[in-house]
Design a protein around this ligand. Sequence first.
Ligand code: NAD
Length: 468
Amino acid sequence: MTEFNHYIDGTAVPSVRRMLVRNPANGAIVGHAPIADAATLDSAVAAATRAFESWSRTSDAERSAAVARIADAIEAHAEELAQLLTAEQGKPLNGLGSRFELQGAVAWTRNTASLSLPPELLQDDDSRRIELHRRPIGVVGSITPWNWPLMIAAWHFAPAIRTGNTVVVKPSPLTPLSTLRMIEIAGAVLPPGVLNVVSDDGELGAAMSAHPGIAKIVFTGSSATGRKVMQSAGATLKRLTLELGGNDAGIVLPDADPAAIAEGLFWGAFINSGQTCAALKRLYVHDSIYDAVCDALAAYAAGVPLGDGADEGSRLGPLQNEAQFAKVKRFVEAAQAAGGRILTGGAPVAAKGYFYPVTLVADAREGMALVDEEQFGTALPIIRYHDVEDAIARANASENGLGGSVWSADPVRAQAVAARLQCGTAWVNKHGAIQPGIPFGGVKASGIGTSFGRQGLEEFTTIQVVHG
Ligand code: NAD
């Protein structure tokens, strides 16, 4: 049995209290995660505070090289981490699964190494010279979710370290092991204390949000928890980046070709078994092609293998945890009771793990939880509309605003509709595509702040103006 440790001040730190982490495909024990108490968190923050003294004064080139070393170290252990990720998270090794996630973690880290925030000259004349400098903030607390744990941890720590901050990461209690191991690997190529990780059984995120030694929280998770983070961060006036939940709408215009868009729609909705912040979660289809789109999606779904993620042939895995499994089941049952028509799926797979098949629910409408709330799983509501203006209004009638998409044979027309969606990213004929260097973030209840690229890097700094 594998016992995992916290990583603090360059050292693996065991814990007396531990918890079991199980494989969602079969219930097998993957390992034991340590449970940090308040004193352990304090020691991680203290180590990061000490390391900040010198790390914040290193040169830009030195920090760039360090972040590039992290990318190399993760890449060198990518297969080990992918196997561990599949075991605890459930996603397939192949397709858009664990190996893909590791490639993402490496690509984002490497891209972050290449970015920089040089000083800006604001005024330079006979009377004065005024420069704007970007300074590190201090100790950054990173709180991550269970859906893309490694990639999201990299999204947090790479820009923080690149800009001269030090970091304490806290993974989700549902998927702590791969993050504990990745941070141990990454931390080993950095000075002690620059990158630390502690894991918990549910209480530590709140303690981090309130911790006086942490200057900024970068949080990715649900909107409900994001609100709590913001509230408890208020007392210490922490800087915040919040990447929160989504209920992304896609609008299929009447001129779209159902066969041509089926694959893009499918993976837009079902990547990572639908457990993706910016997955397509509500599909609005024009009445004139409604049945054809439903048929094309169902036909595509029939060819996608669902199974244990460790099986090289699987392209979709189980849902990650019991609560998520129960939620998807509940939402589908309620939608069906309210008149939703099941095109495929509709009931759990009779197997040991949390397997819920791809479920397409036609004749869905607002008022169903499956439409109004974030389902975060393998069920997609397909909603009929007659008038594009009406579809835009319904797509925007959500507290969330992460992503959105428009599908059409006419990209110019589609872009005009996309521009009217209230969301941080609007896609044409695709959904959920993100890449290093291109800013990403939510509007409304989907978040505060931006990740990736120069704008994402700036989030980890404060401005100092120097009058010469
Ligand atoms: P969650 O909010 O339940 O948990 C996220 C993290 O917060 C975990 O580490 C958890 O332990 C911690 N936490 C719990 N209570 C806390 C508290 N009071 N204070 C501080 N931290 C606390 O989210 P989840 O279920 O792990 O993740 C799924 C959600 O994340 C979905 O809503 C999804 O859309 C969202 N998400 C958003 C993005 C994005 O980039 N916008 C990316 C991935 C996931």
